[in-house]
Design a protein around this ligand. Structure first.
Ligand code: ZN
Ligand code: ZN
Length: 237
């Protein structure tokens, strides 16, 4: 039994037993996984407005053109927009446990089909936040979410340096430059010659995932894959 009345974050109706914790069942069922989009980037799952010859999104196309690609591929559960975005922000910034439960149940629903897309890996880890950030927030949202699906994930393989500038205020180009040198591998012995899957929350330009892949490969990883809750659907032009 619900102890107090909760309203759907999206349509405002009162939630009952069969609904999600913060969103009604109908709205949750409307949210489609990114794999249902007909055209997606073959490198990062970005939803594309049309089929492109290269099969790449704008971000990946420019990265491949510059020649420095260390990440094998990145997978996304959802496009980072609408309710998925609102739920994740409610969990991350307001610590709304119900939002986490709704996201987990969304992901649970497609567990079998979706998780079968992921490659076989030896090690599962996460993109780290600086310890001060985690300490101030009291938890790591990325790790808490993904631990529900990868109980064996190793959260201490990568470390992050303190970042002065907030990534949000940077342009796409600045973001790609700023991220260089942001991470280091604190347990190289754990990933040597291994296939590594790195989990994160949002894939925006891919610069974070790519930088993480670079340091892991330099530390001896055999292959690096990424997997995120949401791919930012921004598409220029
Ligand atoms: Zn609703
Ligand atoms: Zn892409």
């Amino acid at each position: 039994m619900r102890l107090w009345t909760t309203f759907c974050l999206s349509c405002g109706r009162v939630l009952g037993e069969d609904d999600g914790k913060m969103v009604c069942r109908e709205e949750l069922e409307r949210i489609e996984g990114i794999e249902t989009s007909p055209f997606r980037c073959r490198h990062c799952d970005q939803r594309l407005p049309f089929a492109t010859k290269e099969g790449l999104c704008y971000d990946c196309f420019s990265r491949f053109a510059s020649g420095e690609v260390f990440l094998e591929r990145s997978y996304a559960l959802f496009a980072y927009e609408g309710l998925v975005k609102r739920l994740y922000q409610a969990f991350k910034f307001e610590e709304r446990k119900g939002a986490l439960e709704d996201l987990v149940s969304l992901a649970e629903r497609k567990k079998t089909e979706w998780f079968s897309r992921l490659p076989e890996v030896d090690v599962v880890t996460v993109v780290p936040s600086h310890w001060i950030t985690v300490w101030k927030r009291g938890f790591s949202p990325v790790e808490v979410f993904w631990r529900r699906f990868f109980s064996h994930l190793q959260g201490d393989i990568l470390q992050s340096k303190w970042r002065r500038k907030k990534q949000k205020t940077l342009s796409r180009e600045e973001r790609m430059r700023e991220i260089r040198g942001q991470f280091w591998v604190s347990k190289p012995q754990e990933i040597e010659n291994m296939r590594v899957l790195v989990l994160d929350d949002v894939f925006t330009t891919g610069s974070t995932m790519e930088e993480v892949a670079r340091v892991l490969r330099e530390a001896g990883a055999f292959e690096v894959y990424g997997c995120v809750l949401g791919r930012d659907p921004f598409y220029p032009g």
